[in-house]
Write a protein that binds this ligand. Sequence first.
Ligand code: UD1
Length: 417
Amino acid sequence: MKSIDITGGNTLCGEVSIQGSKNAALPLLAASVLIKGITVIHNCPRITDIFSMIKILESIGCKVRFTGHCLEIDAKDITSTALPAEYVKVMRSSIIFIGAMLGREKEVSIHYPGGCVIGNRPIDMHLEALKRLGVEFTEAEETIQAKAGRLEGNEIFLPFPSVGATQNVVLAAVLAKGTTVIKGAAKEPEVTEVCRFLQKAGAKIHGIGTEILEIEGVPFLKEIEFTVVPDRIVAGTYLLAGAATRGAVLLENAPVGQMDSLLLMLKNLGAKIHVEKGQIFLNGEEAERSIPFIETRVYPGFPTDLQSPLMAVLATADGVSIIRETIFEDRFRVAKELNRMGGRIFLKENQALIYGVKKLKGMKVTAEELRGGAALVIAGLLAEGRTKIEGLSYIERGYEDIVRDLKCLGAKIEKSE
Ligand code: UD1
């Protein structure tokens, strides 16, 4: 099993450039099937979730070339509407193909999607919303069959601003007949990005970045090139690592405008932050305060994807912190491993009570999911002695090369097979 070895106790110091965003890029790959021609995606991260999406695209007849960070998808000919279970099962994002394939072929068959174990993660909102556009679903064993005689615009209310459900409806609606209005849409940058991508291809979408999206169906989309924004969660992880080790970190190519809640939280920890166009500098020398209370929220609130990395930082803060998780019900798994390393974290329902300790101690730990894995990397950087993190494959789902990046910041970190 691939793992990471860290010798902790180093103060991080240096600069690192931020990769393209995983969650912004993934729906673009699905969206490419709506374009009967070539889509070029620049700054696409080379991570395993993207590789799985490419396998799905290839299996339905698309021709794909991935050179460096430039991804070229030729979706002129779609030869199948059945998505391969093997790749669908490994990632939640495969669900996004439902909307895109319906938009293109009016039908799709897909195995229930997989993804990180961070709660139940049902897809009821996706299905209910798509039904409003005229889609009929039949569910057999572990497969969903979706069909629409024709897709017709409608008004859709999302009871919760689900990122994935919003993206799915947008993808299904851009080529539908008439106008679709989504009330209660998610406002995450990853929704905005897929809307901007589709708009560039000729889609008519109003209200981008707000909770009401209005999509006027168009007959076709044209070939485009698009550049993926930098990853706000990766950027946040490296800033938290810098703060945790009381270091000085410069991020190049950071999505500055999307990171307000994290930057405020870092200042509350005691870090000094300087922001310039595309750059964030963090001085973490005094980043030692606890955070009396913070809760995860939909954008622009504190992102649930940075909750576990933050927990690792707070494990050695000076005082008691409370984190409330409001988005996913089972996202505190990493607390168990942090406690094995000497942390004092107590869980009750959706709250974690964190008593800051002086030091964590290095040991062998196991990543069970992507962001929890990133939290263990931060804990390893903080800890006394050596930490071995098994389950690197989870981390590679979202971080192109966390070892390379943290080495740029001076960490003593290696990969082992
Ligand atoms: C996306 C991100 C993920 C991030 C999350 C919240 C991708 C690939 N993943 O996930 O990293 O943590 O947004 O910002 O972009 N829900 C339902 N029924 C549904 C859909 C969702 O109950 O049909 C619930 C979920 O279980 C969860 C909440 O709604 O409790 C938010 O989920 P959602 O916004 O849909 O997250 P994802 O799109 O899965």
